[in-house]
Ligand binder design. Structure first.
Ligand code: TXA
Ligand code: MG
Length: 310
């Protein structure tokens, strides 16, 4: 369904988001595939709609600096960059604040959150009306070109989203610049704001990483996702002292989805691993189908079970 970018269309889009449904939204960079960032199942359905093979962390879009401060630990550097470039095509990665309420599927289990206040008037009106954080990757199937019109969005995702809020072509057409501020300031992705402009405001040179490198390097992901205890996959029962993480109608200590719903399982995954890790016991996991979101769940579980490098 296509909604027009007028007050009625924006109100309807906000309603759909409140119901946990997905709405593609225009931003000044690219169209984003938006879902309520606090609703794990809504976020899981973003990954499913894009056909993303793995849980890359997503950007949380908010209406204002004040809204961003509810979710992350703010800093002087964040304040300086927000002053200079928000609303606009700049994303800041900052430490999550206690009690943030953001689904761990948005952060892919990281302890930082990427936040952005978009400049597009329709995006801002929607975020204000919705009054909550909206997780939104680019609204394209994984691996395809980013969408800068509602038609692009529909050609890739029609039938997999509730609606697209159509406000014509995007102004910037290039994704936001991502700056990491959880340690030394770092450029994580070049984008709509030039590196030099950021460096001028911070009065320092940025470390330059590539987001893909940092997050896809298996060692780094493993060391992040791996619980303290060993993880054994494709288990049918617990052995010895193991706690059993199940999927579907199985007898286990904790179930990702008793009904065998992969979206529910994806939404529960990181929280379940945290809970079981806290028991201090080794973790066994029953088989999970390797299709749809199951492939992404298995990808994470394989990393969690991989031999440790330390
Ligand atoms: O312009 C944009 O940023 C668009 C519009 C819709 O806002 N969104 C976008 O999202 O490009 P996406 O998901 O295609 O790219 C987000 C990037 C990914 O490369 C991801 O790895 C990185 O942001 N990212 C998200 N959270 C992160 C975090 N906590 N730490 C490091 N990188 C993060
Ligand atoms: Mg993208």
């Amino acid at each position: 369904m296509s909604l027009s970018a007028d007050p009625a269309g924006i109100a309807q889009a906000a309603d759909l988001l409140r119901q946990g449904l997905l709405v593609a939204i225009p931003t000044e960079t690219v169209y984003g595939l938006g879902g309520d960032a606090r609703n794990g199942e809504a976020v899981a359905s973003i990954y499913a709609a894009k056909g993303r093979p793995s849980f890359n962390p997503l950007i949380a879009h908010v209406a204002s600096v004040e809204a961003a401060k509810r979710f992350v630990n703010w800093s002087d550097q964040a304040e300086a960059l927000a002053d200079a470039f928000w609303p606009g095509p700049l994303t800041l990665v900052l430490p999550l604040r206690p009690g943030h309420g953001i689904s761990s599927l948005v952060t892919a289990g990281l302890e930082t959150l990427a936040v952005r206040v978009p400049a597009h008037p329709t995006a801002r009106a929607l975020l204000t009306e919705f009054d909550g954080p909206v997780a939104a990757p680019s609204a394209n199937p994984s691996g395809q070109i980013s969408p800068t019109t509602a038609e692009h969005v529909l050609s890739g995702l029609n039938g997999r989203i509730a609606a697209v809020l159509d406000d014509g072509p995007c102004g910037v057409g290039l994704e936001s610049t991502i700056v990491g501020l959880s340690g030394e300031p770092a450029l994580l992705r070049p984008g709509g704001v030039a590196l030099e402009q950021v460096e001028t405001v911070l009065n320092t040179q940025l470390h330059v990483h590539q987001v893909g490198d940092a997050l896809n390097a298996p060692g780094q992901l493993e060391s992040h996702y791996a619980p303290d205890a060993p993880v054994r996959l494709n288990a049918s029962t617990a052995r010895g002292d193991e706690v059993l993480l199940g999927f579907g109608p199985v007898d286990c200590d904790l179930n990702l989805s008793a009904t065998g719903d992969l979206a529910e399982a994806a939404a529960n995954l990181f929280a379940a691993l945290h809970t079981l890790n806290a028991t201090g016991r080794p973790i066994a996991v029953t088989p999970i189908p390797d299709h749809g979101l199951g492939a992404a769940i298995n990808d994470r579980l394989r990393r969690a079970a991989a031999p440790r490098h330390t």
